[in-house]
Design a protein around this ligand. Sequence first.
Ligand SMILES: NC(=O)c1ccc[n+]([C@@H]2O[C@H](COP(=O)([O-])OP(=O)(O)OC[C@H]3O[C@@H](n4cnc5c(N)ncnc54)[C@H](OP(=O)(O)O)[C@@H]3O)[C@@H](O)[C@H]2O)c1
Length: 324
Amino acid sequence: MIVLLGASGYVGRAFQRLLQQSGEDYVSLSREQVDYTQYRDLVDFLRSLRPQFLINAAGYTGKPNVDACEIAKADALRGNAMFPLVVSHACQSVGIAWGHVSSGCIFSGGIVDCDGRRQIEPDLTTPAMKYLLATNPKAVHGFRETDEPNFSFRRPPCSFYSGSKALGEESLADDPFAYLWRLRIPFNQQDCPRNYLSKLQRYGKVYDNVNSVSHLDDYCRACLDLWKLGAPFGIYNVTNPGYVTTRQVVEMIGRVLLPARSFDYWENDDEFYRVAAKTPRSNCVLDTSKLIASGVKIRGVEEAIMDSLESWQAEPDRVSVHLT
Ligand SMILES: NC(=O)c1ccc[n+]([C@@H]2O[C@H](COP(=O)([O-])OP(=O)(O)OC[C@H]3O[C@@H](n4cnc5c(N)ncnc54)[C@H](OP(=O)(O)O)[C@@H]3O)[C@@H](O)[C@H]2O)c1
């Protein structure tokens, strides 16, 4: 049996769908039923159920976006930095392995080949990087699991959300039976305010950048596959291999969904942060070779996005309320 924490959330619901569809024996738990953020309550619950595995899809994201974490700092720290340690201790105490929904938002930029050397480039939107991306896209690589986060409290600037997620990863470094599954900018075919493809369509103006992104259902399947394949515990970047620019995604949206609107872009970072965002945003490329080498099958990023758009399930029209 598998226990799923945070099943009422955006990521948790996707895990729940997958567990249902694949006929897994599972129990989902909400804080309303058992306050699983309390060590004793969680241990008692796990002892009574004796599951084989636990998925932690619970955490604090901030609504409508990460700017909210700049105000709710205690909630972000409690939900993202301290709570994973509670789960870790509880799972170790009852002797079960588990997986934690982590995030790629603890990185900024990518790793680029420059003058025969590989170096970290924290901003892939500079004119030099734009030129490199246009002329030699293969020279841009992703951060690996062994790279130190460069968008964290230890390596500022960062958003408070990203800082709290990086602390969460740090707190699990000594857990020998935990998977840390890094998710990044989730999307799928189901239109909803949390879906990256929906957000792009609703933004007043679009922020152009370069990112690795995760098809939400591919992500959940890949995470579960890691456990089923008996892959070594530890950190995994779980994105669809490759990267995309926002412009590429907007172009795909235009081509497939034929929206009635045109898309404007923020002129530059200055305008974006002055008008639309309070805290720095992570934009980054992640390397998925560890995931692939573990035997997990996951399609490339462009195929995943195109497939989502071609099977798009639109919600009734909404007012554009989220700017970032
Ligand atoms: N969505 C993204 O873009 C994204 C990207 C990368 C990583 N992640 C990570 O994925 C995890 C889930 O994110 P999500 O987008 O699914 O969030 P969500 O929709 O807000 O759901 C999170 C769920 O966690 C539970 N929870 C437990 N402690 C909480 C707390 N202190 N504050 C708020 N909720 C708490 C709640 O479930 P109950 O109260 O019912 O138990 C809630 O429904 C988080 O760790 C997040 O950092 C999300």
